[in-house]
Write a protein that binds this ligand. Structure first.
Ligand code: HEC
Length: 172
């Protein structure tokens, strides 16, 4: 009986507790916050902010990623893709990059920011790295990769053939 009454009590209280999370349709914007949010492609944020907003959720602040979530380590490693055939395009074609809300110029800017010697790619950036341009990003971005893991495996094999250390956190 005691349990039954507790059950009835929670059955009444629980919906009220959940109801607090339901937005009020008549709610007004906070003063000064009435303008609709600008789309990312028009917001004019710098690369570091775009990285925080659109990449760091999975890749983490320092680019170290998370093996548990199959997100590779980019820190001190991602520049190695520039040393193998097909790798340069691959980095722009991965869904996280190609399908982000940024325009082509912003995505090029962000890739170049990642490729700094004192940035995420660090020591892995090749000395002859040529920055990505808006035009280059535009031309490869929408080439869909049907077999991403297969393409990536092939690129990692090419790195191994060059005796590069595979410090991506996800390959064994
Ligand atoms: C929802 C999680 C997620 C977000 C957000 C995300 N990525 Fe990724 N990223 C991944 C995963 C997982 C991989 C591994 C390949 C795959 O499955 O796409 C990856 C792979 C990559 C790679 C290739 C590295 C490698 O070793 O294969 C690059 C470069 C990359 N992401 C850049 C970015 C950039 C730049 C952004 C932000 C604009 C971004 N990603 C946003 C999850 C994410």
């Amino acid at each position: 009986m005691r349990y039954l009454m507790m059950g009835v009590f929670f059955a009444i209280v629980a919906p009220l507790a959940f109801a607090r999370a339901i937005p009020d349709p008549a709610q007004k914007h906070a003063p000064g916050n009435e303008a609709p949010q600008k789309p990312i492609a028009q917001a004019g944020y710098g690369a570091a902010v775009n990285y925080q907003l659109q990449c760091a959720g999975c890749h983490l602040d320092d680019g170290s990623g998370s093996a548990a979530n199959d997100t590779p380590n980019m820190k001190g490693f991602v520049g190695n893709f520039l040393k193998v055939e097909g790798g340069r395009e691959f980095l722009v074609r991965v869904p996280g990059a190609s399908q982000s809300a940024m325009n082509n110029a912003q995505l090029a800017d962000l890739m170049n920011w990642i490729m700094h010697k004192d940035g995420i790619a660090g020591k892995s950036v090749p000395d002859d790295f040529k920055p990505y341009t808006e035009e280059e990003v535009a031309s490869v971005r929408h080439q869909v990769m049907l077999d991403l893991p297969g393409v990536r495996r092939g690129l990692i094999e090419r790195m191994r053939a060059q005796h590069l250390a595979i410090e991506d956190g996800v390959s064994r």
